[in-house]
Every structure is written in structure tokens, then in C-alpha cells.
Design a protein around this ligand. Structure first.
Ligand SMILES: NC(=O)C1=CN([C@@H]2O[C@H](COP(=O)(O)OP(=O)(O)OC[C@H]3O[C@@H](n4cnc5c(N)ncnc54)[C@H](O)[C@@H]3O)[C@@H](O)[C@H]2O)C=CC1
Ligand SMILES: N[C@@H](CC=O)C(=O)O
Ligand code: NA
Length: 439
């Protein structure tokens, strides 16, 4: 009997698409030994059919119409690797409604339209697999969905954007300039098509929404998250971190408050102690700490972006799809988040507690320190440390860095607003939490 062929259509043939093509081809025989079926790319949608690509392939596979792949009866598995949320949504919905298995790396799409996509998958008996959408090559979706299925989750936190971590690491180790490193991250294939998604925390927020759905069964609207990226982090912040045993990480926090049972999600540059694992996860690496009530804490570390790491995750889904098809399980929708937590409420800023770091540019004149301390005290924020470097004799302003004792997010937001309005403070203060997580 001839070997069964599982056909794969790639929509998008850029960094990730070409990586998937290359590794599927290189490991075709290994995968066939494991599966008893041969996985083959048979169609590829591109924008420009004449563009030179990094790998040899049969040009007869090309089309400029990704929708034609989504509904092609001869394609078993549709991979959406174009990015964006308009055509990507159309393609994904069409394939799911046709009962196909769709593999997606597109966290923006899943964050914004996950509810509609999974409803379409259910209706059409399709499947949406999305391992590459969070933390690149780290199999964290599979860990939460499958390996930790018996757990309820107290918290999930970590570094979810490779580009930001790469930039912060190089700013820290080499004092390198932000723009120059961002250009390198783009050339290495780490950054999103619109790199502001990386540096403004948007991409990490998309991923946090996906993780929160898996863990708690609720689609949290993106606008309900507190999101800040790394664009305002300066060498002064990095110097403070280094001198005090911290690293600055863009930390995604998905946490259930002990007292209220409410869910809190934020993406913020954060001081993380070098004593803990996350403080030393550098470069394009991501790290995710998952606290389950049965297992305890598990931590996952690995490359969060890049062609090969992402292709590894996409191919794991393609192989899962092939297994479903080979074993007769395709055409039966499986809910990725069956935990029934859709009613979990979101915590308010008054309910969130942390220590904070605040950097201010203050006017260099007598009485300024008293004014800053009094404004903070008025909002129930007490100081843990104050640092001001010696300034030149003729300087008119100075950088003041304070860290606080534990206070609420609302208190620090209000205090910073008051500081910004004060005539002693120039510009907008920069604030970040000091993490209390120990993973
Ligand atoms: N690069 C990375 O490290 C990772 C990327 N992702 C996600 O994977 C997806 C793809 O990302 P990359 O490969 O990095 O982007 P890319 O920009 O290198 O590739 C996307 C490709 O899709 C093509 N495309 C766009 N619209 C199209 C259309 N209408 N018809 C045909 N082709 C079209 C583009 O021409 C481009 O070649 C995105 O959703 C991204 O967020 C996820 C994890 C990691
Ligand atoms: N741009 C993203 C790519 C992976 O999701 C990142 O840098 O993490
Ligand atoms: Na992953």
C-alpha cells in the first residue's frame, strides 16, 4: 500500500514560512517514520511570485491567493504565517469553517479574534493549533493545554517578547544604542512587521491574552490590560539595576489575587532580581513560569523568536494535525481551554500591590526633595531608597531615582500624576514595578 501523504498549504513565505518549509523538507523521512505518513508542502501563497527565496522549491506550488489554499480540498493542513489581522482572519475563518486544521503563529489574530475563530472551529469541526504564537520555540501552549491539564493556575508570568529582551540585554551588556539594536533584531528575523508591536509591549500583551485564555477560559479584551513597552528605558535605569542586583525585563504578569480571586494582567518593564532565574534569561530567549496548584512551579526557557525556533513550534502543530488525520481524529473540535473560568473577574488597580521604581528629572534647587517626598506620602507611597548622582556645579536639573515600599498600583499611578504636575519635576516620570516573583 502506498504511504499516505498529508498535504500542507503555507500562507505566507517569509521568515517563519520558509523555516517551516526548510525543516519539513529536511526531516521528511524522520517524520514519515514516526507518523506512518508523509508530510508535504503542496501549495504556498506569496505576495510576489518572482521574489528570490532562501530555499529551492517548485514554483508551480505558488499562488498569490491565500484564500484559495484555505478552501482547497486537496490541502489537509493550512498554515497561516502571513501576520496581520484582516486577510489572516479571512483565511483562518474560511479554513476552519471548511473543517480544516489550521496552524497559526499569529498572536495578534488570536488575541483580537480568538473568540470568533474558536467558535468557527467548533461550528465547522475544524482545529486551530497555535504553539508558535506564544514564546516562539518554547512548547508552553502544549504544556498548559496538555501536560498541566489537571492544574488550576495561580499565576503565569515571564518574558514573552524576544525582540525586547534582545534589545534590553544588549543595552545592558554593551551600552549599545536602542535604534541600532532594533535594526539588528529586525535583520535577524525577530521583530514583527511593525516593530512598535515589540518595543511598545503590544506583542507581549497579545501573547498574555492567549495564555490567560488557555489558563482561565476568558478572553480578556486587550484594552483592559496595563501595557507599557521598553521604549522609555534609559541607561540611567540600567545603571541602577546593575548597581542593585537587578535586570530590567519586559515582564508579562498573569496573576490571580489570593484574597479576591480576581485576574490581573500587565506587561511592564520590571526590575527582576538577578537572584532569580528570569533575571538571567537574556538575548532573544523567553522564559515562562507557570504555577499550577497540583504541580507547583514549572519554568520554561528557550528561544522566543527567529526562523528556526518558530519553525520548530509550527511543525510540532503540523505533526499533531497529521496525527489527528492519520488516527481519524480530524473533524472533531477540541476546546483548547475547557476550564470553564469564563466568569473570572478582572482586578482593579487598587487591588494590585507591588514595590515600584520611579525615575524623575527634578529641578536642581532647595526644597525639591521635600516636595517629592511629600507628594509621594500624600498618596500613601513610602520610600525605600533615594538615589541622586552628583551633578555639575552649573546644572539646572538632576536625575532622581526612588524605590518605594509596597503600595498599590492605583497609588503609584496617582502619585506619578501628581509628580508630573509639580513645578519641581521636568517631563514625565518613568515608573516600573520591582518584581516580587521568585522564579
Ligand atoms: N519572526 C518570528 O520570530 C515569529 C513570528 N511569528 C508570527 O509569524 C507570522 C509570520 O511572521 P514572519 O514570518 O516573521 O513575517 P514575514 O513578514 O517575514 O513573513 C510574512 C510573509 O507573508 C507574506 N504575506 C503577507 N500578506 C500576504 C498575502 N496577502 N498573500 C500572500 N502572502 C502574504 C509576506 O509577503 C511575507 O513574506 C506573524 O504572525 C508573526 O507574528 C510568531 C513567532 C515568532
Ligand atoms: N516579534 C516576536 C516574535 C515572536 O513571537 C518577538 O520578538 O518575540
Ligand atoms: Na511556543
Amino acid at each position: 500500500m502506498s504511504e499516505r501523504v498529508i498535504t500542507v498549504g503555507l500562507c505566507g513565505f517569509g521568515v517563519v514560512g520558509q523555516g517551516v518549509f526548510n525543516h519539513l523538507q529536511k526531516r521528511e523521512n524522520d517524520l514519515s517514520d514516526q507518523l506512518g505518513a508523509r508530510v508535504k508542502v503542496t501549495r504556498i501563497a506569496v505576495r510576489d511570485t518572482s521574489k528570490k527565496r532562501d530555499f529551492d522549491f517548485d514554483a508551480a506550488m505558488l499562488t498569490t491567493d491565500p484564500l484559495s489554499i484555505a478552501t482547497d480540498p486537496a490541502v489537509d493542513v493550512v498554515c497561516e504565517l502571513m501576520g496581520g489581522t484582516t486577510l489572516a482572519k479571512e483565511v483562518t475563518l474560511a479554513a476552519l469553517k471548511a473543517g480544516k486544521i489550521v496552524v497559526s503563529a499569529n498572536k495578534a489574530l488570536i488575541c483580537d479574534h480568538g473568540e470568533a475563530l474558536f467558535a468557527a472551529a467548533k461550528e465547522g469541526n475544524g482545529q486551530l493549533l497555535f504553539e508558535a504564537s506564544v514564546a516562539g520555540g518554547i512548547p508552553v501552549i502544549k504544556a498548559i493545554k496538555e501536560s498541566l491539564v489537571v492544574n488550576r493556575f495561580n499565576s503565569i508570568y515571564g518574558i514573552l517578547n524576544g525582540t525586547s529582551n534582545y534589545i534590553l540585554t544588549r543595552m545592558t551588556n554593551e551600552g549599545a544604542g536602542y535604534q541600532e539594536i532594533l535594526a539588528e533584531a529586525k535583520a535577524l528575523g525577530y521583530a514583527e512587521a511593525d516593530e512598535s508591536f515589540d518595543v511598545d509591549g503590544i506583542d507581549a500583551a497579545h501573547k498574555a491574552v492567549v495564555l490567560a485564555y488557555l489558563a482561565y477560559g476568558r478572553w480578556v479584551p486587550y484594552n483592559d490590560l496595563l501595557v507599557q513597552g521598553i521604549a522609555e528605558v534609559t541607561q540611567a535605569d540600567i545603571a541602577f539595576a546593575k548597581e542593585n542586583g537587578y535586570a530590567i525585563k519586559l515582564l508579562a504578569v498573569i496573576d490571580v489575587a489570593h484574597a479576591s480571586g480576581k485576574l490581573y494582567i500587565s506587561i511592564l518593564p520590571t526590575l527582576v532580581s538577578k537572584k532569580y532565574v528570569l533575571g538571567s534569561v537574556d538575548g532573544v530567549f523567553n522564559a515562562v513560569s507557570v504555577h499550577g496548584d497540583v504541580v507547583g512551579e514549572t519554568v520554561y526557557i528557550g528561544p522566543g523568536a527567529g526562523r528556526d525556533a518558530t519553525a520548530s513550534a509550527v511543525i510540532s502543530d503540523i505533526v499533531d494535525a497529521a496525527k489527528l488525520i492519520v488516527n481519524g481524529g480530524a473533524g472533531r473540535f477540541i476546546d483548547p481551554a475547557p476550564r470553564g473560568g469564563a466568569k473570572i473577574e478582572l482586578a482593579e488597580p487598587e487591588e494590585i500591590e507591588s514595590r515600584y521604581y520611579v525615575r524623575l528629572q527634578v529641578v536642581d534647587k532647595p526644597g525639591v526633595m521635600a516636595e517629592v517626598t511629600s507628594l509621594l506620602a500624600k498618596h500613601d507611597v513610602s520610600l525605600a531608597s533615594v538615589t541622586q548622582k552628583e551633578v555639575e556645579e552649573d546644572a539646572t536639573s538632576a536625575t532622581l531615582i526612588v524605590t518605594t515600599h509596597t503600595t498599590t498600583e492605583q497609588a503609584i499611578l496617582d502619585a506619578v500624576k501628581a509628580l508630573e504636575a509639580s513645578s519641581c519635576v521636568e517631563g514625565k516620570p518613568f515608573t516600573m514595578p520591582v518584581s516580587s516573583f521568585e522564579g
